[in-house]
Ligand binder design. Structure first.
Ligand code: ADP
Ligand code: MG
Length: 238
């Protein structure tokens, strides 16, 4: 659990600024969803929070600690990507345990964490399988399980359901909402799916071309979109 703050955060690639002075307060225990068109900087913002990219200027804190120069593994963050990136030669169990083994956790502690995550995600019966023996939805559960076992303070999700078919997306949406209750952690979730944003979010951040266009609860944005751009994504036009 942790607050994340961004103050005038900017990011340039090769001299070209693509994140233009973003200010955000991501509250502990809230489900914050970033929405916006392709290329507006959603993934880049997540990668900046995770520390996978350095910010060019500005300030970022997690849990009150300035993290501008903190390496990713010291930030207490787990990130779940759109592509599941499981290790094909390892079982589900070993995929989930892998990061913990690297961190030198004890065997019993690892076992307890993997089994608890498997229980939450209802994949206890899949632990001995290889990724190729799983459906897309099951693989994505394993990827989420891998994030859970690390017990991060902050979860970052980058369009985790976009490779799933419509029915499975609906089911996973419900389970993600439940997961949020179970884990009691800060969640930052990127999607371009309006329904996903409306159903999962406590707070929606609408991004446009590298800046924040509007922040609010789903209902606030729905009823009071600041402009047609926001309305087009979430609301009903004024
Ligand atoms: P989104 O996730 O909202 O689709 P991205 O954050 O992936 O958008 O990209 C935002 C912009 O930054 C795009 O114009 C993209 O081409 C650019 N960009 C992202 N990563 C890099 C990079 N490593 N080098 C150069 N440009 C990048
Ligand atoms: Mg993206």
């Amino acid at each position: 659990m942790a607050d994340v703050t961004l103050r005038d955060v900017r990011k340039s690639f090769g001299g070209l600024e693509i994140i233009h002075g973003v200010d955000l307060d991501i509250k502990d225990n809230e489900f914050t969803v970033f929405v916006g068109p392709s290329g507006c900087g959603k993934s880049t913002l997540l990668r900046l929070i995770a520390g996978l990219e350095d910010i060019t200027s500005g300030e970022m804190t997690i849990d009150g600690v300035r993290v501008n120069d903190l390496p990713p593994k010291e930030r207490g963050i787990s990130m779940v990507f759109q592509s599941y990136a499981l290790y094909p030669h390892m079982t589900v169990y070993d995929n989930m345990a892998f990061g913990l083994k690297l961190a030198n956790s004890g065997k019993d502690a690892i076992d307890a964490k993997v089994r608890e995550a498997a229980r939450i995600l209802q994949i206890e019966n899949l632990l001995t399988r290889k990724p190729r023996e799983l459906s897309g939805g099951q693989r994505q559960r394993v990827a989420i399980g891998r994030a859970i076992v690390r017990e991060p303070k902050v979860f970052l999700f980058d369009e985790p359901l976009s490779n799933l078919d419509a029915a499975l997306r609906v089911q996973m949406r419900i389970e993600l909402a439940k997961l949020k209750e179970d884990l009691n952690a800060t969640m930052v979730y990127v999607t371009h799916d309006q329904v996903e944003a409306m159903t999962l979010a406590n707070k929606i951040v609408v991004l446009r071309a590298g800046h924040v266009e509007q922040v609010g609860s789903p209902l606030e944005l729905y009823h009071h979109p600041r402009n047609l751009f926001v309305a087009g994504f979430i609301g009903s036009p004024k």
